[in-house]
Design a protein around this ligand. Structure first.
Ligand code: MG
Length: 397
C-alpha cells in the first residue's frame, strides 16, 4: 500500500519537518496501518540547494520553483523531472492528483493552489491558515462538495480535531466551546511602552516554537491566535463567541474542547510540530513515533492567563473581523501580511502592525458592507485593497 503526497513549501519549517516525518514513517515496516509514503511533488521559493537535496532523496515527479532561472538549472540537472515555475506552476502542481497535499506555504498565495487541489479530489493537510482566514467559506464549501478531507496541521486545530472525537453520539450539539491555547509569544509580559521599541530581531525570538518569520511575528502580536480563531470557526463550524483563547506559556496543552455537560477534554504533548504533521499523514491511524515523551513530573507546572487584548490588539481585531464576516477577515489578513513584511523589513514599528490592520478595517477602506458568502473575486479584491492601503499609509508603493 502506498500513499502519495505533495508538499507546497517543502524547504520551509513545516515542509522540512513533513519530509522528516515521512522518512521516519517509511523506515518502519509497511502495513495496512503504515503505508509507504511516496513524495510526488515539491515546491519551494528561493532555497534551490535544499530542494535539490530533497529531489535526490525523495525522487518526486514534479517540482515547482518561484522563478524561471531556477527552473532552467533544475531542468538541465534532472532531465526526467517535470519542472514548473511561478504562481501558475504552483497551481498546476497542486492540481496533480495525490492522496494528500500538505499546504506548508505562508500567506494568501496558498489559496488558489489549495482550491485547485480540492478540485482534483486531493485531501489537504492544512498548514496555511491564511487561506481559511481569507476564504474559509469558499474553501470549506468546495471541500464538502468534492468530499475532500481538510485535516489541520496547526497544533491547536490538530488538538481540537482530536478532542472533538469525544462528542459521542451528540455530534456538534454536545460541544459547548473551543478553548485555543496561546503561548503569549516573547512579549507576553511587556508593557505598551516596552512594545514601542521592540525590533524584528526581538520578535523572531519565540520562547517555545521554532517557525518561519511571518508566523513568529504573528505570535508576538497575537495576530496568530486571532487568525487561528477564524481558522477554527471554519474548520469546526463554530461561531466566534464559542471560541475562547487562554494564554498558556508552557505550550503543553495544545487546545481543549468543553462539552455541554461541563467536561473539558484537552490534548497534551511536547511542543513538537512533527506530532500534528504525522497525525495529518497517518489519520485515521496513529503513528508509532519514538520521539521524546511528555514527562509531567519534569514540568513544574502548567499556568493559564487571560490574553491582554488591550495591549495585543490584533487579537481583538481578529474577533471583530470574525463577527463582521464577509470579506472582513480577508481585509484583516491582507493588511496583516503586508504590515508584517514591512515590520520585518525595518520599515515600521511593532505597534504599527495593529494600527495599520485597524485602519484597513475601517469602513472607508474595507467598504464597510460585509455581505455573507463573498465569492473568490470579492475576497481577492478586498485583500488587494487592504494591502494597497497599508503600503500607501507608509509610502511604500
Ligand atoms: Mg498554531
Amino acid at each position: 500500500m502506498a500513499k502519495t503526497v505533495g508538499i507546497l513549501g517543502s524547504t520551509g519549517s513545516i515542509g522540512t519537518q513533513t519530509l522528516s516525518v515521512i522518512r521516519e514513517l517509511n523506515s518502519r515496516p509497511e502495513s495496512a496501518f503504515n503505508p509507504h509514503y511516496t513524495v510526488k511533488a515539491l515546491s519551494c521559493g528561493a532555497n534551490i540547494d535544499l530542494l535539490m537535496r530533497q529531489i535526490d532523496e525523495f525522487s518526486p515527479e514534479t517540482v515547482c520553483v518561484s522563478d524561471g532561472d531556477s527552473a532552467k538549472i533544475l531542468r538541465k540537472k534532472y532531465r526526467k523531472l517535470n519542472v514548473l515555475s511561478g504562481e501558475d506552476g504552483l497551481i498546476s502542481m497542486a492540481g496533480e492528483k495525490t492522496d494528500m497535499l500538505v499546504t506548508a506555504i505562508t500567506g494568501m498565495r496558498g489559496l488558489r493552489p489549495t482550491l485547485k487541489a480540492i478540485e482534483s479530489g486531493t485531501d489537504i493537510a492544512l498548514a496555511n491558515k491564511e487561506t481559511l482566514v481569507a476564504a474559509g467559506e469558499i474553501v470549506m464549501k468546495r471541500a464538502k462538495e468534492k468530499k475532500v478531507r481538510i485535516i489541520p496541521v496547526d497544533s491547536e486545530h490538530s488538538a481540537v480535531f482530536q478532542c472533538l472525537k469525544s462528542t459521542f453520539k451528540g455530534g456538534k450539539r454536545s460541544v459547548g466551546r473551543i478553548i485555543l491555547t496561546a503561548s503569549g509569544g516573547p512579549f507576553r509580559t511587556f508593557s505598551e511602552k516596552q512594545l514601542l521599541s521592540v525590533t524584528a530581531e526581538d520578535a523572531l525570538n519565540h520562547p517555545t516554537w521554532k517557525m518561519g518569520g511571518k508566523i513568529t511575528v504573528d505570535c508576538a502580536t497575537m495576530m496568530n491566535k486571532g487568525l487561528e480563531v477564524i481558522e477554527a470557526m471554519h474548520l469546526f463550524g463554530m461561531a466566534p463567541d464559542k471560541i475562547d483563547v487562554v494564554v498558556h506559556p508552557q505550550s503543553i496543552i495544545h487546545s481543549m474542547v468543553e462539552f455541554t455537560d461541563g467536561s473539558v477534554i484537552a490534548q497534551l504533548g511536547l511542543p513538537d510540530m512533527k506530532t500534528p504533521i504525522e497525525l495529518a499523514l497517518t489519520y485515521p491511524h496513529r503513528g508509532l513515533s519514538d520521539r521524546d515523551r511528555l514527562d509531567l513530573t519534569q514540568l513544574g507546572g502548567l499556568t493559564f492567563e487571560k490574553p491582554r487584548t488591550d495591549v495585543f490588539r490584533c487579537l481583538s481585531l481578529a474577533y471583530d473581523a470574525a463577527k463582521k464576516g464577509g470579506v472582513m477577515p480577508a481585509v484583516l489578513n491582507g493588511a496583516n501580511e503586508e504590515a508584517v513584511e514591512l515590520f520585518l523589513g525595518g520599515k515600521i514599528g511593532f505597534c504599527d502592525i495593529a494600527r495599520l490592520v485597524e485602519g484597513a478595517m475601517s469602513d472607508r477602506i474595507s467598504g464597510g458592507v460585509c455581505a455573507a458568502g463573498p465569492d473568490l473575486d470579492a475576497v481577492l479584491e478586498a485583500d488587494g485593497r487592504a494591502r494597497d492601503y497599508v503600503r500607501r499609509s507608509v509610502n511604500c508603493p
